[in-house]
Write a protein that binds this ligand. Structure first.
Ligand SMILES: [Mn+2]
Length: 339
């Protein structure tokens, strides 16, 4: 069956009818993936359904305080096929973990997503590229399913919202995002608690990691392109998971004059994982797509072949070309801040 776009109403119907649901998220899971999936699992369990969160990499440490984080599994349990599988925050089938089961293990796959996308997958897709996080979509579905917004759901959705908007800084922040935040606070979310647990509660080794990575900074294209690399073996030596890389790339984007920043690391398969960030003028989703990846306009990623240095040079020249193609910025032009 080819992927069919469905309405929110239809997605809620599919979720409401399922008794056993399998939930999956993208590799290198972020706060939106984890928050939206745990939030949806909580809603389904509240209806008496069985919800299995198959997180191949477990729950990154900063999100382990969320309700249900202790109930995820890293391998598919035995049993009959699931009534429904749900993939959250995945713009492409290739971002699902390798261990994600094939279609014989579920009767249908529903994709809940907010990435602009070219290669739809699954049986049904509920996509809202205007949603600032998938958690927002999950909350709308919870409303349709009659779930009264309680604190476990509110905290999960708030983690989605806060992390995917850079704690309310990015161009994805809309009036609706603040209305959503207000509603979540009224349901019991304490913003400092979440910010503290997610963003200000790291081990001392993270600073050692930062010093190792920031020391690799290289500015090219006249200072418009900044790249960082993660020294191979650094995280392993410090006993840190990939989740501690979150946000490091923003130090490079934040340098005055930088349009595009990239961070490269050797992944578990020996390939070079590239994260890309734009300040707003360069479309790094297009840049990533040209290298087999994807993502959002200002935040995207792709995977290249080793070695690390060759991949870095490839990205530097592609980013330099994108910067060179930009029209000159007229005085007073605010397009810089859109995106
Ligand atoms: Mn997201």
């Amino acid at each position: 069956m080819a992927a069919v776009d469905v309405t929110e109403e239809r997605a809620a119907e599919l979720l409401g009818a399922a008794r056993r649901v399998l939930l999956g998220i993208h590799r290198n899971p972020d706060g939106d993936a984890v928050g939206s999936a745990l939030g949806l699992a909580h809603v389904l369990r509240g209806r008496g359904a069985e919800a299995v969160c198959l997180f191949a990499e477990g729950v990154p440490e900063p999100f382990r305080f969320l309700a249900g984080a202790d109930r995820t599994v890293d391998r598919l349990p035995d049993g009959p096929p699931f009534d429904l599988a749900v993939a959250l925050d995945c713009g492409d089938a290739s971002v699902l973990p390798r261990s994600w089961p094939d279609a014989t293990h579920y009767r249908g796959l529903l994709v809940l997503d907010h990435h602009p996308v070219r290669r739809p997958f699954g049986d049904w897709t509920l996509r809202d590229a205007t949603a600032c996080c998938v958690g927002e979509i999950v909350l709308r579905l919870a409303d349709r399913l009659g779930h009264v917004l309680d604190r476990p759901l509110a905290e999960a959705v708030y983690v989605s919202l806060a992390t995917d908007t850079g704690f309310f800084r990015y161009s994805s922040v809309t009036p609706a995002a603040f209305r959503l935040a207000a509603r979540l606070l009224e349901a019991g979310v304490a913003p400092w608690k979440i910010a503290f647990l997610v963003d200000e509660n790291y081990p001392a080794a993270r600073l050692e990691m930062l010093s190792g990575i920031l020391g690799t900074l290289r500015l090219t294209a006249g200072g418009a392109v900044a790249t960082l690399t993660v020294p191979p073996g650094l995280l392993e030596r410090l006993g840190l998971g990939n989740e501690y890389l979150e946000g490091v790339i923003n130090f490079a984007r934040g340098i005055r004059g930088v349009e595009v920043s990239a961070q490269l690391r050797v992944n578990e398969e020996g390939k070079i994982r590239v994260s890309l960030r734009s300040r707003g003028r360069v479309d790094v989703a297009a840049l990533a797509r040209a290298h087999g990846g994807g993502g959002h306009r200002n935040a995207s990623g792709c995977t290249l072949d080793p070695p690390l240095e060759a991949a870095r040079e490839r990205i530097e020249s592609a980013a330099a070309a994108a910067v060179a193609a930009l029209p000159p910025l007229a005085p007073g032009d605010e397009s810089f801040y859109e995106g």
